[in-house]
Design a protein. Sequence first.
Length: 49
Amino acid sequence: MKRNTSIQAVVDILDSIYNPAVMKPENARSKNVELSLDNTVLAPCINNH
C-alpha cells in the first residue's frame, strides 16, 4: 500500500508539471489593483525636497 502512495505522489508531481492548465499564464487584466496615496504622509516628504 505504501508503494501505491509513493507511485501516486510521483504521478501527481509529474501531472502538475505537464498539466497545460497549470502552466497557463494568468490574465493580469482580469484583476484590478487600486492604489491610493495618503497626502498627509507624502506632503512632508515632498516639502523637504
